[in-house]
Design a protein around this ligand. Structure first.
Ligand code: B16
Ligand code: MG
Length: 214
């Protein structure tokens, strides 16, 4: 096989921060009187902070200025940061440690391509910063998923062409980003949702590295 690097998404693949995002968005939606539940939250997975806010405000009867929206996003992020401050290594999803150990033993590069500007903090809390050869900084990525930018940024850091990289994602927008980058896409979750992926495993615990890289 020609692959040399595996590039992972964070939320939904390495750890489940989606629930904390939900709680923080829910607090904002309640304050604004906008209906918002776990089902609505599905649409926000892998989507940037501002785009997430726009999706929530679709159900609002009021319109808000860019300044107001900026303030809402800041407040949500403050609430979110308070929630994720308690994350520990126990929050690493089952299967991740085994997959990383296998990849390291085979000398694959391991990268992180998260849309989250809090990714470095989360990874630090999980205690796995040193497992990554490169962590993309979402604040420096021009276009968020489904654009390929964050995955291309990691490939560039590794000095590898896309054809030598495998992307791993739990969100449809993320799988689209991997495919737009020209990489092999592994989906984690429901094949019906992640139908654009080249291969789908139901969870990281079911991730079969040999099926991807041999
Ligand atoms: P932040 P991922 C994404 O993480 C989340 O899935 C998404 O819900 C969130 O809005 C986005 O990060 C931005 O996060 O507000 O912390 O910058 O799946 O790309 O690891
Ligand atoms: Mg994700």
């Amino acid at each position: 096989m020609t692959y040399k690097a595996f590039i992972f998404d964070l939320d939904g693949v390495i750890t489940d921060t989606a629930h904390y995002h939900f709680l923080a968005w829910k607090r904002l939606a309640d304050r604004l009187g906008i209906p918002f539940d776990e089902h609505d939250n599905e649409r926000l997975k892998g989507v940037s902070r501002m785009r997430s806010l726009e999706l929530i405000l679709e159900k609002s009867t009021k319109t808000y200025s860019p300044e107001q929206m900026h303030e809402m996003a800041e407040r949500k992020n403050d609430d979110y940061k308070e929630l994720i401050a308690e994350i520990t290594s126990h929050d690493i999803l089952p299967g991740v440690a085994e997959v990383f150990a296998w990849l390291k033993a085979k000398h694959y590069k391991i990268g992180l391509a998260s849309a989250s500007k809090n990714a470095a903090f989360v990874v630090e809390r999980l205690g796995i910063t040193r497992d990554f050869d490169y962590i993309a900084d979402a604040a420096k990525i021009p276009n968020s998923k489904p654009a390929p930018d964050v995955f291309l940024d990691v490939a560039k850091a590794f000095n590898l062409p896309s054809s030598m990289c495998v992307g791993v994602e739990d969100a449809a927008a993320g799988v689209q980003a991997i495919k737009a980058a020209g990489m092999f896409a592994v989906g984690i979750g429901d094949p019906a949702v992640l139908y654009e992926a080249d291969l789908v495993f139901p969870s990281m615990a079911a991730f079969d590295s040999k099926k991807v890289a041999g």
